[in-house]
Design a protein around this ligand. Structure first.
Ligand SMILES: Cc1cc2nc3c(=O)[nH]c(=O)nc-3n(C[C@H](O)[C@H](O)[C@H](O)COP(=O)(O)OP(=O)(O)OC[C@H]3O[C@@H](n4cnc5c(N)ncnc54)[C@H](O)[C@@H]3O)c2cc1C
Length: 412
């Protein structure tokens, strides 16, 4: 079977590549290991499907690490307003939330995915589900698949890999492509958890009492390179440690510190709306017969879980002078020992070195082979940056492959 363009991976990056290439008149065959496409995209829909973010473009681009023209150029060519227009063209209206995040009005992924797949079929894209790519057969233009009907060899003039990272592997992307690429001499940074929870060695009594409890209205900070990163948000206490938006936002810095020093310190401000001075003054009022816990609840509206955290960190050594207690409430050090397993992470850091690509996302060493989405070595926080990065790089790879098929040249 000879194909013009074979795309492997039917997540948002692969689907966008298929849409772009087929719209440019290319015959596209899209393969995916799973029985249905876009499973992680659907899961993202359970959290409301944060498609993108409405902050100014410069600030938006600064969220991507490493900061490289390759990713920035892809996003500049398909920035957040274009993503909104694209969703609308699929019949899905979007809105900008108070946090500037962009969501579909229905806060779901399924209607968008249904309409998107319909468009792809109308544009002639042939979808082959349950086709697991297992490697190249001698040359990178000969692809081997395992299918329910047995092994299949597909020859393609151009190929786009959109195989995702390694989080939530039962949804399809398991990162097994890493060895297939390194076998071809392609540089890959091993996939690691990103936007993930972090392990904390909680006392079992603390976890019995607070597992699953949200930690609301806090801010966290950690040292990253030569400056302090801050983020305000919510966390959740879990069996192994801490999860939630606040932690995900600081994940890159925490992970780097753990990789370098074996642990990281997450400093929590339990009362970010109160100054140290105001807290100290409140704490100087007479406590009367109230327990410390009730005194803090009454004077500072400190929740049980925040009190529990103070006790967990200081145990019997909780400082009780107004000055020292105010200091602890504003800067509670939590020792995080490791990232949680990649299986439960929102996304993966690592992937194919960006230096391997020309600007159209073709591998310089393998002309005609393009890659996009989370399998590239870029990372970004939650907030719509991940899907935007996948859609934008999918589009760049789709355009690049279409151009390559029309006039095969290797760009810089
Ligand atoms: C719980 C959760 C919530 C999220 N929420 C958001 C959010 O709100 N906003 C946001 O921006 N991002 C969110 N993300 C992240 C986002 O979903 C991913 O970054 C995005 O799906 C990655 O897209 P992709 O196309 O690169 O890879 P994937 O979506 O992982 O798709 C890869 C596809 O490749 C297929 N595949 C893999 N290996 C093979 C193979 N060998 N052969 C054939 N097919 C293969 C897989 O089956 C899969 O369909 C969330 C992620 C999770 C886990």
């Amino acid at each position: 079977m000879t194909q013009s363009l074979a795309i492997i991976g039917g997540g948002p990056a692969g689907l966008m590549a298929a849409e772009t290439a087929s719209a440019a008149g290319i015959r596209v065959d899209l393969f995916d290991a799973m029985p249905t496409l876009g499973r992680k995209f659907l899961l993202a829909g359970r959290g409301g499907l944060n498609l993108s973010h409405a902050e100014p473009l410069d600030a938006f681009l600064s969220r991507y690490k490493p900061s490289r023209d390759l990713i920035a150029d892809a996003i500049k060519a398909f920035p957040p307003p274009h993503i909104r227009a694209w969703a609308e063209s699929l019949g899905v209206k979007t809105f900008v939330g108070s946090s500037q995040r962009i969501f579909p009005e229905e806060m779901k992924a399924a209607p968008l995915l249904r309409s998107w797949l319909r468009r792809l079929r109308e544009q002639g894209v042939r979808i082959h589900a349950r086709h697991r790519w297992i490697g190249f057969d001698q040359s990178p233009h000969h692809l081997l698949f395992s299918t329910p009907e047995g092994p299949l060899r597909v020859t393609a003039e151009a190929i786009i890999l959109a195989l995702g990272g390694a989080s939530w592997p039962h949804l399809g992307s398991d990162g097994s492509w890493q060895t297939l690429m390194t076998d071809q001499g392609i540089g890959v940074h091993p996939l690691r958890s990103s936007n993930c929870g972090f392990k904390v060695d909680w006392d079992h009594q603390f976890i019995e009492r607070f597992e699953g409890t949200p930690l609301k209205a806090v801010s966290g900070s950690t040292l990253w390179q030569d400056h302090v990163l801050h983020h305000r948000g919510e966390g959740v206490i879990c069996q192994e440690g801490l999860e939630g938006g606040l932690i995900y936002a600081l994940a890159g810095a925490l992970r780097e510190a753990i990789e370098g020093q074996g642990q990281a310190i997450l400093t929590l401000d339990l009362l970010p709306d109160w100054s140290h001075e105001k807290i100290r003054m409140k704490l100087e009022t007479p406590r009367g017969k109230l327990s410390h816990k009730n005194f803090l609840r009454r004077t500072l509206r400190l929740s049980d879980v925040k009190w529990g955290l103070l006790r967990e960190v200081f145990k019997e050594r909780l400082p009780l002078t107004p000055e020292a207690l105010a200091k602890s409430l504003k800067a509670l050090p939590i020792v995080v020992t490791d990232t949680m397993e990649i299986d439960r992470a929102i996304s993966s850091a690592g992937g194919i070195h960006l230096d391997e690509f020309s600007k159209d996302l073709m591998l310089k060493r393998i002309p005609g082979l393009f890659c996009c989405g989370e399998m590239l070595d870029w990372d970004a926080p939650t907030g719509g940056y991940l899907l935007t990065g996948c859609l934008a790089t999918g589009r760049t790879a789709g355009l690049g492959a279409a151009q390559w098929l029309k006039t095969p040249t290797v760009s810089a």
